[in-house]
Design a protein around this ligand. Structure first.
Ligand SMILES: Nc1nc2c(ncn2[C@@H]2O[C@H](COP(=O)(O)OP(=O)(O)OP(=O)(O)O)[C@@H](O)[C@H]2O)c(=O)[nH]1
Ligand SMILES: [Mg+2]
Length: 457
């Protein structure tokens, strides 16, 4: 962290303004080298935004007009001295300004390096640093709220509470191991058991939010499947609320998969309309069908659309057998034309699958479909107001590890095994939770975490 780093912090493209960030011990120097105050001049200290120009003084070349600010650490994003230059949002201006900044002593920042420094300098913990990327990438209001809460330390607080309880217990155990003869309160197996049961419950409480948390963060791949002409593209358009896919009465209209992202009930959904699956000799259609099958295999949730005005066909039956036990729903569409399907036959083929009558033409059944997606994400709980959720695979894995450690220690306590053995597992649980907030974490993991960031964050 001896280096001074710099990067463009705004997206590449055209915009009103674009920002270059500089962080590190040389931030002020570098800024002074490239910036010339305009108007009546002034000094760059004092966190005041100043108007001026970026100038390549070696060649007396004006790069752009800009606003610049210098902020002395540690009250900055990285907790280091930081400078920011707001140029016009032109790629030419930003690239040239960045090149100049790099020539004057800064080095190009790696992805996530600003946030990594904020972590390494102790301004935020690791779970907060990870939340930064979730905030940037959040696709719905709800996922944004969860990320912001984590950024503000919501998850860290809960994890730290549990760690404090574990630490108290560890201290009790260690004292009893090290000074068995002293006149200290002896720890009983009963007391240890009570404590660990309580701590395990707290960990499970967090684990229970993981299913919802992950789906809100990563979104859900929903694939619409069915034989030709049943109304798949009509459903896609209805859910997107726009005429994205071509709909005609001709079977085989959709030839390629069509993918769109949409927010349904504040859940980020990646919606995929597919070519109707059936036997065909048409080369293009065949390729489309291969893609349909591929999408089908990578779905989190499958909506099988059937034409309710006709009896089940062989193709429908084949699709039902493909679905098997996967997360899915059957939409019995075209109810406006009457109902010829036998729900019992569908239920027999897909016992755990929800059956919904619908008429996309008349707009019926769609609310229920959205209800179903919502309950898939939230489970039996109604959408909770509590924003503290575990949503990150790394955290989920560490919670599992801690919970397994405690389970093992509980078994040993119940068998009244020696304290040394019990201590090992309790400590391991304590360390696993420490990894969530980055108290005990290896460089490899840190690099892995920050490599997922975008440049300039
Ligand atoms: N009566 C009625 N017609 C519908 C309904 N939903 C869709 N359709 C009609 O069914 C026809 C086929 O609809 P699409 O949405 O193109 O069907 P698809 O499943 O995407 O068909 P392919 O792309 O060929 O596989 C169109 O003429 C739609 O207007 C419905 O609820 N009722
Ligand atoms: Mg279609």
């Amino acid at each position: 962290m001896e280096d001074t780093i710099a990067a463009i912090g705004t997206p590449l493209g055209e915009g009103g303004i674009g920002v270059i960030r500089i962080s590190g011990p040389q931030a002020q120097n570098v800024l002074e080298e490239v910036f010339e105050p305009g108007g009546d001049g002034g000094s760059l200290t004092g966190r005041r935004l100043m108007y001026g120009r970026i100038i390549d003084k070696d060649h007396n070349h004006i790069i752009d007009e800009c606003m610049a600010v210098f902020m002395k650490g540690p009250k900055t994003y990285t907790a280091e001295d930081t400078a920011e230059i707001s140029c016009h949002g032109s790629m030419v201006s930003l690239q040239n300004a960045l090149q100049l900044v790099l020539r004057k002593g800064a080095r190009l920042a790696e992805p996530g390096e600003f946030t990594k420094r904020a972590f390494l300098n102790g301004r935020i913990d690791l779970s907060q640093a990870e939340a930064v990327i979730d905030v940037v990438k959040a696709k719905t209001d709800r996922s944004f709220d969860v990320a912001i809460s984590q950024l503000q330390g919501g998850l860290s607080l809960k994890v730290s509470e549990i760690r404090t309880m574990l630490l108290d217990l560890l201290v009790d155990i260690t004292v009893n191991i090290d000074y068995p003869d002293e006149d200290i309160e002896e720890i009983t197996y009963e007391k240890m058991e009570d404590n660990i049961v309580l701590i395990s419950e707290k960990i499970s409480g967090l684990q229970e939010t993981a299913h919802t948390g992950r789906m809100l963060r990563e979104g859900l791949r929903v694939v619409i499947t069915g034989r030709p002409n049943v109304g798949k593209s009509s459903l896609m358009n209805a859910l997107l609320r726009e005429n994205r896919a071509i709909v005609t009465e001709i079977p085989g209209t959709t030839r390629d998969t069509i993918e769109e992202s949409v927010s349904i009930r504040n859940i980020p959904i990646h919606l995929i309309d597919t070519a109707g699956i059936h036997e065909t000799e048409d080369v293009v259609e065949k390729m489309g069908i291969e893609r349909s099958k591929d999408a089908f295999n990578h779905a989190d949730y499958i909506i099988l659309v059937l034409d309710a005005s006709e009896e089940l066909t062989e193709e429908d039956r084949m699709l039902m057998s493909y679905i098997g036990g996967r997360n899915s729903l059957v939409l019995m569409n075209k109810q406006d034309l009457g109902m010829k399907l036998d729900p019992e036959e569908i239920r027999a083929a897909l016992p755990s699958c929800r059956l919904l009558p619908a008429s996309i033409k008349n707009g019926t059944g769609l609310d229920e479909l959205e209800d179903e997606i919502e309950s898939l994400v939230y489970g039996s709980n109604s959408p909770r107001e509590d924003h503290v959720m575990v949503n990150n695979v790394r955290h989920i894995h560490l919670l599992e590890q801690a919970s397994e450690d405690l389970k093992r220690s509980l078994q040993m306590i119940r068998r009244a095994e020696p304290l040394d053995f019990i201590e090992v597992d309790v400590r391991s649980a304590y360390d696993a939770l420490g990894e969530i907030i980055g108290e005990t974490v290896s460089d490899d993991i840190l690099n892995e975490v920050f490599s997922r960031f975008c440049l300039g964050k």
